[in-house]
Design a binder for this molecule. Structure first.
Ligand SMILES: Nc1ncnc2c1ncn2[C@@H]1O[C@H](COP(=O)(O)OP(=O)(O)OP(=O)(O)O)[C@@H](O)[C@H]1O
Length: 253
């Protein structure tokens, strides 16, 4: 694998074994992966094949048992201020308003809070009128918009999404995929999304990593150059890509 100075994120032969009271659990085989700035990738595969583990490594939240992690050419040993992670369960604080939830990361970092920027982002995410309400007053889709705003306000160069829309109904899910694709087009962050949903992978990942096995490994990589492109869903090429990825999952399942 070629590692260039343009590389945003890299795993070099990164393997992960979790050490538990019941013994070691091999989660990920030696994995090579490189993402350049502004690239997007999706990771699909059966439950337990190490998708989230790979994402946690990329986030700097776990360290590999062997191999290396790089972010912008430097070893990644802990969470990095330019890497944002959004999870399925939103992770919002119920006692904080939407605005306070969104601005939390800035406060923790002691960075200035610009009210206009928060308003702009909330509007962009279509929750402009929700700044003063509390998470329990929001739908699942709105909560996930808040979680996205909280990540994006930090201006990440790498956005990691772990099953971000799994709890949402199909149409809400598709609307949020479109929103993320749109924001990616405007803001140009690198993005990796872990998902069980093949359509989501095809909609968002310009490269699709099909994982499988125990411990997990990347079995196939599919190039999907139209990922994140407007109006891609519903086209013949989208459907062909969906069938290809589905076939690979079936073949390896
Ligand atoms: N913190 C942990 N401690 C011990 N074992 C873990 C831990 N996290 C994950 N594992 C194990 O590592 C393996 C890979 O888990 P991982 O969550 O990465 O898979 P996944 O593909 O994301 O699964 P799913 O699709 O169900 O979320 C599994 O066997 C899992 O039980």
């Amino acid at each position: 694998m070629l590692h260039t100075s343009h590389e945003l994120m890299g795993c070099i032969a990164a393997a992960k074994m979790y050490l538990t009271d019941n013994g070691p659990i091999p989660a990920l085989s030696a994995t090579d992966f490189a993402l350049c700035p502004g690239e997007t990738a999706a990771i699909v595969g059966p439950s337990g094949c190490g998708k989230s583990t790979l994402l946690l490594l990329m986030a700097g939240l776990e360290q590999p048992t062997s191999g290396h992690l790089l972010f912008k050419g430097e070893p990644l040993r802990r969470p990095h201020r330019e890497i944002a992670l959004v999870l399925q369960d939103y992770g919002l604080f119920p006692w904080k308003s939407v605005r306070d939830n969104v601005e939390l990361g800035l406060k923790i970092r002691n960075e200035p809070i610009e009210e206009d920027r928060t308003n702009e982002l909330l509007t962009e995410l279509d929750i402009g009128e929700k700044g003063s309400v509390y998470p329990q007053q929001l739908s699942g889709g709105q909560k996930q918009r808040v979680a996205l705003a909280r990540a994006l306000i930090l201006k990440p160069s790498l956005l990691l999404l772990d099953e971000p829309f799994a709890a949402l109904d199909t149409l809400t899910r598709e609307r949020l995929q479109d929103l993320v694709a749109d924001l990616w087009g405007k803001l140009g962050f690198g993005m990796v999304v872990v998902t069980h949903n093949i359509q989501e992978a095809v909609r968002l990942g310009r490269r699709i990593l099909v994982m499988g096995g125990t411990p997990g490994k990347v079995l196939e990589t599919v190039e999907n150059p139209l990922g994140c492109t407007e109006n891609y869903r519903g086209t013949d090429i989208f459907y062909e890509m969906y069938k290809q990825v589905r076939g690979l999952l079936e073949q390896n399942g």
